[in-house]
Design a protein around this ligand. Sequence first.
Ligand code: GLN
Ligand code: ZN
Length: 746
Amino acid sequence: MTSNFSSTVAGLPRIGAKRELKFALEGFWNGTTDGRALAQTARQLVNSASDALTDLDSVPFAGRSYYDAMLDTAAFLGVLPARFDSIPDHANDGLPLWIDRYFAAARGTAEQPAQAMTKWFDTNYHYLVPELAADTRFVLDASALIEDLHCQQVRGVNARPVLIGPLTFLSLSRTTDGSDPLDHLSELFEVYGRLLQSLDSEWVQIDEPALVTDLSAELLAQVRAGYQKLAAREGIFVNTYFGSGDQALETLAGIGLGAIGVDLVTHGITALEAWKGEELLVAGIVDGRNVWRTDLCAAFASLKRLAARGPIAVSTSCSLLHVPYSLDAEPNIDTEVRDWLAFGAEKIREVALLAQALAGNIDTAAFDAASTALASRRTSARTAASTQELPGRARGSFATRVALQEEALQLPALPTTTIGSFPQTPAIRSARARLRSGALTQAEYEEAMRGEIDLVIKKQEELGLDVLVHGEPERNDMVQYFAELLDGFLVTANGWVQSYGSRCVRPPVLFGNVSRPAPMTVSWFEYAQSLTKKHVKGMLTGPVTILAWSFVRDDQPLAATADEVALALRAEIADLIAAGAQIIQVDEPAIRELLPLREADKPAYLKWSVDSFRLATAGAPDEVQIHTHMCYSEFNEVISSVIALDADVTTIEAARSDMQVLSALKSSGFELGVGPGVWDIHSPRVPALSEVSGLLDAALQSVSPRQLWVNPDCGLKTRGWPEVEAALKVLVAAAEKARAELGAAI
Ligand code: GLN
Ligand code: ZN
């Protein structure tokens, strides 16, 4: 018999509190350290993750992960893409033999593109999308995981392996032959059956966040049957998160599983009667993906109600992957706001306090402190509801705008442009570091940044691009930059959260009312525009993206917070126009990512997200051209919102998905300007002229020449100058060739 546990967390971050994995990966990739060092760092991270949970009685354990859990799963299921099969096994130095194929799948090679990458549900974490086909066969090799598990057991840790479940793995996969990845479901359940037998831990956690999405009754029946078989092994804990646990309870209760986990933060459960107390209910009551302190009294009351119906354990609503490690690493946070916050370590403590309380041992001092902090947050002037009256959200008709803009801008057909950033060179990063350390004064730093702007304007003119950008050298990050300049946000010193692979972000905390004390981008724009006769785009990050990439206050509707950000941007746009900007880009790469997972919740989100963008941009006169940019996503589902944004020009990631977005635009009768990316900037390849020309030809099948812009997929800050120059040369040449071919047609 397995014994129930009482306290745990759904999962842990892997990158390291000091981003140890990031630095180890980078060292390994650029050859400055060997495989042994990387394997060692990864092992230490697993150990220190377990050690942080000594107050809890069950420890989630994902093994050493070198990039992404979906990719790890693809690797041990033997389904890394076949195009990397020719890469030989890695010499035995403590890394798995397949590691070189694994990194190739994650990052691409000079010859082969990487696997696609996209957002993990509605979070800002990116996973690598498995590539399957109808004839894919799974070849299980979990030896690395088993070995790591033994290491934890030897250390005396009650480790609970965490796997991504068959339903979720397949739901998030793509196929290369148009077949349905879920056709593999029963086969994969069998493979998992074997995998579970080989893991000799008391508990195994299988994550099935896909169970909170809309699924057909037929599929749910298959999932139930699959888990019924897996339940032959004792101690199976199926965890769900990012939405209501109702469907999971209705599907999985009463089939002999050991535990079912539900997210009580994103959504309460209403289908509690489905749970008869036969399984342990793992109650995700501490928010795993936001940074607000838990109301311990309220949480305890909910837990007691659940505990009256059956055995429960206290947990986080999802993996702590999505929040920073600890407030201890933040010496400089505003003391009033600090008290409102809980990062990873503080959340672990909250779980422990709640579990102790359930066991009859209430730490009254800790409960009182939580109540006091909550009261201070509720009554602070910085969170008081705004009573501001909002201006309009509509511009003139598109036809009117086009006529005025053509007149004002005088651009060639098929104008070429870039998305905003140019390479963030070591010189730029070092200037920023020296500013932080005091080695550079603000004036010296600004001088250095102006030097970078000189350089990118000159390069763009040499390349013959039509609409220029200032290159964003002054922005460490497209959201953090604005968060640092707006009131109502705080930024952390060390609050790193993994975004993908070795990449981390430090999401700002949007804790209170947002306002703009002073212009944020105007002087950089003015300087760049003073250097050229061509148009320079004003460059801003949109309200939805600012919210999506921040930890946002949960004490008022997101729509109200988005409008506050939009008003600040609207004022910035007015100032940019006053300074001479005729084209302003408001980036919304994240608009797809906040899309709710369930159909029923989507319309309300799409309304407020579009509304906030329009509130930000509608103050611009009709002759000013508003651009937006989107990426990292499949847009087909939000295409009507892309249209409703009413941006004059939308640049959009498309090269990796073979311009699929265009057919959706075509069938929706899209008539606004569009720049489908013709260079996949996430791959280190410089595209050939024929490739870019082919993509432009494909684009012209779907949109008229008058609509089409020519640009890369995304910003260029992560690339190096040589490839950027080479690729942009190709891009400009392809635009010229297309113009010549279109001739009189444009
Ligand atoms: N303007 C931003 C840049 O070029 C857009 C980045 C993004 O889409 N993520 O870097
Ligand atoms: Zn982008």
